[in-house]
Design a binder for this molecule. Structure first.
Ligand code: HEM
Length: 441
């Protein structure tokens, strides 16, 4: 084996690179790609040196590489392991990861998911009834509330009542955690003081309610007929999972599925509302709607980068033999915005996904390979149902200029929360029939 080496990267001081990476990831990483090619090095806090990979073939090699060599879980385990639990996919690697992934996939099979869509449409319709009419507001908070409601009713399947009401409050509080609360999970001593103490108390109460829900559901005589993620998980993995494992899987789904979907929905609307002619075409054309969702996830990927993989042995990537221990980061956002892969990459053009010849472009908002997002299809269907339900009820107009992407933790959110005005259709324009299950896809 030859000498190991790292690719080139900016010579700027670490603090400057840290600022650019966290404040302006799109501009900084795209500029690095232009200057240094598709494999480059960035030195930034808190990670130190990371190698960014922006060549689709190399990214695929990372996603599909030997899980013994590409470790993604260990970094997350160090930071959030005590919150996620020992069975969480996010914090595991190798065989343990694959073992826990199998039961998690079952509630997200195509035929099973069809059972979730009517409930999602009903939740979206309820939300729209509370939107301001004719004056500007930010959609992102409403998308968060829709997503919380989907978690409570469709993922957990909690019945209406005081437990559901409390779960809604706790989930909103806990899942809205900021960077400082996250730090508290890494340093447990912090949990004894100030805001961390409160956060831990809320989390403990949430865990207790989740465990109560798991126990009650396991004993529910109607379990076989229920169409929610938790019931399917319990039904199809009976005897395979302990209550603690189910708890860990639920916490993982909540953490992985909340802010992601809410933000992706906000971006989808931000894109669509900038194009009234596209918006009008979406309501009745399912293929076009799916293409618009796909395009919004390309143009506005909420993860500009996917969690880094630590190499457990030297690996050749992009012409460099990277040393053991290198943190390799798939820069999917750079790929999505590159003219090498997309014609007019900065434009929102759903129709690019309707042309047969264009179906093979690198589209990676959900990662790929052995760790590809478990909820990818669920999220896209949820997005399609919500967008259709909203547009059947009224027209949305973007309020102001197109929004910049603002970093929030590891995601990119619309800088003004996707500002729009809502103009309901007059009665009789088909506003009340959604029929998501009729379409299902
Ligand atoms: C638009 C919304 C979403 C986006 C953009 C998204 C994106 C991602 C990405 C990029 C990963 C990491 C893949 C990797 O490391 O290679 C991931 C992992 C994961 N996501 Fe999602 N996600 C979304 C929604 C959801 C939803 C709704 C759920 C569940 C209800 C979910 C559950 C998970 C889980 C469990 C993992 C860990 C998979 C594993 O390690 O095997 N995600 N997601």
């Amino acid at each position: 084996m030859g000498e190991t080496s790292l690719p080139p990267g900016p010579a700027l001081p670490t603090l400057v690179q840290t600022y650019l990476l966290w404040r302006h990831p799109e501009r900084f990483l795209t500029a690095c790609r232009r200057r240094y090619g598709p494999t480059f090095r960035v030195r930034a806090l808190p990670y130190g040196v990371r190698v960014h990979v922006a060549d689709p073939a190399d990214i695929r090699r990372v996603f599909k590489g030997d899980p013994k060599v590409f470790h993604a879980g260990e970094g997350i385990a160090t930071a959030l392991g005590s919150m996620l639990g020992e069975h969480s996919l996010l914090a595991l690697d190798e065989d343990d990861h694959q073992r826990q992934r199998r039961p998690m996939m079952r509630p997200f099979r195509g035929d099973t998911m069809r059972g979730y869509l009517d409930a999602i449409a009903a939740i979206a319709a309820e939300s729209v009834r509370g939107w301001p009419v004719g004056r500007p507001f930010s959609l992102h908070p409403f998308m968060r509330r829709i997503t919380i409601e989907v978690i409570v009713r469709v993922v957990l399947g909690t019945e209406a009542g005081t437990r559901r009401d409390r779960l809604r409050v706790l989930l909103t509080d806990v899942l809205e955690m900021g960077a400082s609360e996250m730090i508290g999970w890494k340093w447990p001593l912090l949990a004894r003081i100030g805001p961390w103490r409160r956060h831990r108390r809320m989390f403990a109460e949430l865990e207790a309610l989740l465990m109560a829900e798991v126990r009650d559901r396991g004993a529910d005589p109607a379990l076989a007929e229920r169409a929610d993620v938790l019931s399917v998980l319990l039904r199809e993995s009976a005897g395979e999972l302990t209550d603690v494992a189910v708890r860990d899987h639920l916490v993982t789904l909540l953490i992985a599925g909340y802010e992601t979907t809410a933000t992706a929905l906000a971006w989808a609307f931000e894109c669509i509302t900038g194009h009234p002619e596209i918006q009008r075409g979406l309501v009745e054309d399912d293929a076009y709607l799916d293409a618009a969702i796909r395009e919004s996830l390309r143009l506005r990927p909420i993860f500009f980068e996917i969690s880094p993989r630590r190499l457990t042995e030297p690996v050749e990537l992009g012409g460099y033999l990277l040393p053991e221990g290198t943190m390799v980061t798939p820069s999917v956002g750079v790929v999505h915005l590159s003219a090498d892969h997309y014609e007019r990459p900065a434009e929102f053009r759903p129709e690019r996904w309707l042309r047969k010849s264009d179906g093979h472009q690198p589209w990676l908002p959900f990662g790929g390979g052995v760790r590809r997002c478990v909820g990818a299809e669920f999220a896209q269907r949820e997005m399609a149902v919500v967008v259709r339900t909203v547009l059947r009820r009224g027209e949305l107009r973007r309020a102001g200029a197109p929004e910049r992407a603002r970093p929030r933790h590891v995601t990119l959110v619309p800088s003004r929360g996707a500002r729009v005005t809502f103009h309901p259709h007059r009665a009789g324009r088909g506003g009340e029939q959604d029929g998501p299950a009729a379409r299902a896809g």
